[in-house]
Design a protein around this ligand. Structure first.
Ligand code: AMP
Length: 490
């Protein structure tokens, strides 16, 4: 199958050829003809499948006819985060370079005035996060009655972030007769309900089983104490001892933990950036750019900020916190092992995480083996790397000084999107204890490894039989200490 068989216009085909892509991905092959035939599409596909081009390319073809009117966009794309919205715009810029289309982004963190003047000029493609979009409609600066095509992307993520009521409101503001393209990685009941309410006889396209993890990713778990500083020490050992670590994303469950860990790693000499929903847009963009270019090899991130980002060739993913939702685990570790490359995903697991780990293992259909080694933490540390509580609360009160707690919509507009509920929960964290580097050198300890830690040989992740038969185990990408033999307790 080639792109030329899908019904795309010559201009779009030329733009695709210029990127060097010769074969459509399965979601592109199946979705594009339906989009061009003006049919609703329900695409069950994760990021990394080429799903963005599956709607961008036919939209560009359809938009060649017709003109935009002031304040009345012709098409609307809803994205859960600013970064995803910006990524979709990049694809319009790339494939639509030969067309004179007005593509506008409506995301938080950017002035209303600039966005208003863009809307006035007439917009062919409006890419928006739900909160900022509704802000504009409420101010009367935007009419959705001219929308011919609506894309709802990453719908399950929108659900996690509490955006579904906003999506329902937006769906009622666009004409009933519009075409709707709906993409989700998973199909929880709430998402099924939405698709039944807002899609009309959609072509259902499912390109990969939801919630599967790539066989090229080696998954491991490392036991840790409950204290955040224990986990930080273990993470540092993992980072220092990791073999073939080119770059890594380190996930935390909460925005505040991202900030604390980021600061801690910097203090310990790591070159690291941070990405979470409370950072201002320029800081988020800068961190992501530096990470993409390889200028900083480590990125501490929350789920919301990192979901769906196209960052090629990440060698390692660390779960500093085990995610509460098993779907998030799949998305996180999907950042590595892309396009057939090998990757390593290591989760730091405390006794509080056992329920979450059981749910994750059930979802992915395989146990996550324990890494070999001694992870005993020696607690004689200094408090140097915990973010001082007082300064954080002062940051909070600065906001207050500017006029008290703002209405939800405004807060959201400021941050671009809401973090998922679990990211917002207040955290019962004890004051961080002092911490220091392990006395016995990097990752080593004079103590014997706990006898319950299985050896890496026994712990090799279960793979489909076919692959085990033909592939010798390759541990070259694992941290060296994970490969050391186990010493049983005397
Ligand atoms: P997405 O799932 O939209 O995030 O796309 C994932 C990656 O696949 C992006 O880097 C795209 O540029 C790339 N991509 C999209 N379509 C193709 C294609 N037909 N062939 C190869 N790569 C593609």
């Amino acid at each position: 199958m080639s792109f030329s068989n899908l019904g795309l216009s010559d201009k779009v085909l030329a733009a695709v050829a210029a990127t060097g892509y010769t074969t459509p991905t399965p979601i592109q092959e199946q979705a594009i003809p339906h989009v061009l035939a003006r049919r609703d599409v329900l695409g069950i596909a994760q990021t990394g499948t080429g799903k963005t081009a599956a709607f961008v390319l036919p939209m560009l073809t359809l938009l060649e006819k017709g003109r935009a009117r002031a304040r009345m966009p012709r098409t609307l794309i809803l994205e859960p985060t600013r970064e995803l919205a910006a990524q979709v715009k990049e694809q319009f810029d790339k494939y639509g370079a030969g067309q004179k289309l007005n593509v506008a982004l409506l995301i938080g963190g950017v002035s209303f005035g600039d966005q208003d003047s863009k809307l006035m000029r007439g917009v062919d493609v409006l890419i928006a996060t739900p909160g900022r979009l509704l802000d504009h409609t409420e101010r009367g600066g935007l009419l959705l009655t001219g929308v011919e095509l609506l894309v709802i992307d990453e719908a399950d993520r929108m659900l996690d972030m509490g955006f579904i009521p906003d999506i329902e409101r937006i769906c009622k503001l666009v004409p009933f007769t519009r075409q709707t393209l709906f993409f989700t990685a998973t199909m929880p009941p709430e998402i099924s309900r939405i698709t039944e309410a807002f899609l009309h006889n959609p072509a259902r396209i499912e390109v990969s089983k939801p919630a599967t993890t790539a066989v090229t990713v080696t998954q491991l778990q490392v036991p840790a104490g409950r204290e955040a500083h224990d986990k930080r020490e273990i993470l540092r050992r993992l980072l220092r001892d990791a073999k073939d670590l080119n770059n890594a994303i380190i996930f935390c469950n909460r925005k505040r933990e991202v900030a604390v860990l980021h600061k801690s790693l910097q203090k310990h000499g790591f070159s690291v950036g941070a990405l979470h929903g409370d950072m201002d847009q320029s800081a988020r963009t800068a961190a992501l750019d530096q990470f993409r270019k390889g200028e900083i090899p480590l990125l501490v991130a929350s789920d919301v900020a990192a979901r769906g980002l196209d960052i090629p060739a990440v060698s390692h993913v660390f779960n500093f916190d085990v995610p509460h939702h098993p779907d998030d685990y799949v998305h996180r570790i999907g950042r590595t092992g892309r396009a057939g490359r090998t990757g390593t995903a290591i989760s730091i697991v405390t006794s509080l995480d056992s329920k979450s780990m059981t749910a994750i293992e059930k979802l992915i259909g395989q146990p996550i083996p324990r890494a070999e080694g001694d992870f005993t933490v020696h607690n004689e540390a200094s408090d140097e790397d915990a973010a001082p509580r007082r300064s954080r609360s002062r940051e909070g009160s600065r906001d207050g000084a500017r006029g008290g707690r703002k209405p939800r919509r405004e807060r959201e507009a400021r941050h671009g999107e809401r973090e998922p509920r679990h990211d917002q929960e207040p955290r019962q964290e004890r004051a961080a204890k002092p911490e220091r580097e392990p006395r016995h050198g990097r990752g080593s300890s004079p103590q014997a490894a706990p006898s319950h830690v299985p050896s890496i040989g026994r712990a090799e992740p279960r793979r489909p039989q076919r692959e085990v038969d033909h592939e010798p185990a390759d541990h070259s990408h694992l941290p060296a200490f994970l490969l050391r033999p186990v010493r049983a307790r005397a």
